[in-house]
Design a protein around this ligand. Sequence first.
Ligand code: GLO
Ligand code: MG
Length: 345
Amino acid sequence: MAKSQYRFCVGPWNFSAGQDPYGPPVREEKSFDWKLKALKELGFEGMMFHDDDAVPDIDSKSAKQVLAEARALKRQLDDAGVVAEMVAPRLWFAPQTVDGAFTSNNPKHRQYAIDRSKQTCDIARELGTDILVLWLAREGSYLRESKSAGQATEHLVTAFDALLKHDKKIRLAIEPKPNEPMDHAYLPTIGHALAIAQQTRDPKRVGCVIESAHSLLSGHDPADDIEFAMSFKKLWSLHLNDQNGLKYDQDKPFGSANLRVAFNQVRALERTGYGKNGEFVCFDVHPFRTTREEHFLQHLANSKRTFVHLLKKARTYPEKEAARLIADRNYQDLDQLVLEHLMGV
Ligand code: GLO
Ligand code: MG
């Protein structure tokens, strides 16, 4: 296998027990300590956190208590030699976020979302990361007439500005997704994320996270999204996974649905130098619900394995031959060149 310069990362939610809207968990719920140990054994160096992964039951605790628990977690991570890659406010569970968080029609609820996210910045600082990931789960509409996209944009800018002002070091990494749980999201694509960055008080500190499945759900090629964001120097994290068409968000193992699309993502990372400033490659993947207890970690091990194999494919891609075919506008044979390279024939 090719030696990888990349550092890998997952979140505690990626060790999921199999619950879906139609059925209960099918595997034992694992403890945080178990997950941390497993992550290390798999050769991952970073862990992503929701604010309440870091400090469970956060809304019932005082600010002082929250910081004390974050500090204790930092010590545990240091002892394990694991880095906190990012922290994300979980703005989709609380009763205050039923009708959206930053874009709720209720001003008190919008304020809750801002205050909660400021606290997430404080946790991030304690954990030693300057990345706040914003997956804006409920910022969108189920019903077009219930909200206004223009007003929602203003609410989002207000919230982002409040966070940028609250913490002068924090970088906001927006993780766009076009739908689910909403019918239509207000920041559905990387283009929206980078455009809204320009409206904030400090555009340089607002960037993005690309998730393969989310790009695919938008009808985009994730490799193109990666190169687009990298050309703005705004790709600060990455959630690799896979998605078989326009369905529910599947979070399949990397490369599982379309190996060629996965190859092109790895090639995009190589071409643009992703990771050279310490950015992590995170796998936002879940075990299939059918996965038995003893195979609990295979979706993570396999995603990493596929990534490393594809890295080798990207590094041995016949660039000269490809350039010759491109110059000759012979895309027919270029297509076959890629297929045969991937098939190893
Ligand atoms: C869901 C998202 C989710 C986020 C995570 C971090 O579709 O991909 O897993 O990445 O909550 O904010
Ligand atoms: Mg994700």
